[in-house]
Design a protein around this ligand. Structure first.
Ligand code: ATR
Length: 284
């Protein structure tokens, strides 16, 4: 029940109708008997600044930030975590007595989700496809875990920019193309593009380039046709549901001080996804 004491969390995005975050957080607040509620706000690009100011004015306890605001929101915050400073994108804000602190829980969300599948990153060669916000979070996570990043993107310049920006953290190299020779050498292949979200999307990588020695990680959820195809080839496949769950776990902890179990979130998500129309996304 919402009372005068209930703390309010929001999510800012445009569009916002696709988001599963209100369902998973509200169900978790209820299950853990924490007096919070979580509300979606359709915030258009031109209103982001006012929306962030409203966090203080309305005394929201925090918000999630999703497409297309993760990058632009950073300039309106008071304090930034180390990863937000480096990546230039935030997905979680905490209102700490009027001070707005920005975090990027996609990074830890990615790392925990791949580790819980028993995959070690340290010292391994990781082919990362994409150079948008999700790819930056993944690249940062892999480098922090001492993996080696080989980044490929349709717009090669953007991959080169990430190489330049991140090469002080670890080994990262931009690739001009995806050749058989280079791909054979990789141990983990990660799709961080949006490809797979729409039914007629092309594949981010030709499955011909993958074999059973590759671990294939995709930030999109639920399963895409490419995930199914590479699974048949014998690859270990990890979808984006784990990353969604863990970024939510860490955001929940930032706002409430309570670390919920990932199982609660996973159970809620599975229920929602089974009941909803089939769709795929990589967004919170
Ligand atoms: P997000 O913040 O969710 O990662 P984004 O910043 O819009 O989203 O990034 C989308 C990524 O998917 C980019 O790497 C984009 O490639 P470009 O930088 O060349 O635009 C990639 N992407 C989207 N559609 C694509 C397509 N049809 N073919 C190849 N890559 C695509």
């Amino acid at each position: 029940m919402i009372t005068g004491k209930t703390k309010v969390i929001g999510i800012f995005g445009s569009p916002i109708g696709h988001t599963l975050s209100p369902v998973i957080h509200n169900e978790a607040f209820r299950a853990l008997k924490i007096d919070y509620c979580y509300v979606p706000f359709h915030v258009k690009k031109e209103n982001l600044r006012e929306a962030v100011q409203a966090i203080r004015a309305l005394n929201l306890k925090g918000v999630n930030v999703t497409v297309p605001h993760k990058e632009r929101v950073v300039e309106y915050l008071d304090e930034l975590s180390e990863e937000v400073l480096k990546i230039g994108a935030a997905n979680t804000i905490l209102n700490s007595e009027g001070i707005l602190k920005g975090f990027n829980t996609d990074v830890k969300g990615f790392i925990t989700s791949i580790k819980e599948e028993g995959v070690e990153i340290a010292g391994r060669k990781v082919l990362l496809i994409g150079a948008g916000g999700a790819a930056r979070a993944v690249a940062y996570g892999v480098l922090k875990e001492a993996g080696k990043v080989y980044i490929f993107n349709r717009t090669v310049e953007k991959a080169k920019e990430i190489e330049k920006q991140f090469n002080d953290i670890g080994e990262i190299r931009a690739l001009p193309e995806l050749s058989e020779r280079v791909t054979r050498d990789m141990e983990i292949v990660i799709n961080a593009t949006s490809l797979g979200m729409k039914r007629d999307d092309p594949y981010p990588i030709d499955p011909y380039l993958l074999n059973s020695s590759h671990i294939y990680y995709d930030v999109v959820y639920p399963q895409t046709p490419l995930m199914r195809e590479v699974k048949k080839k014998g690859c270990k496949v990890i979808g984006g549901l784990g990353m969604l769950v863990w970024q939510a776990v860490y955001a929940f902890e930032i706002w409430t001080g309570v670390r919920p179990s990932a199982e609660i979130f996973m159970k809620i998500l599975n229920k929602v996804l089974t009941n909803s129309k089939k769709f795929a996304t990589k967004h919170t």
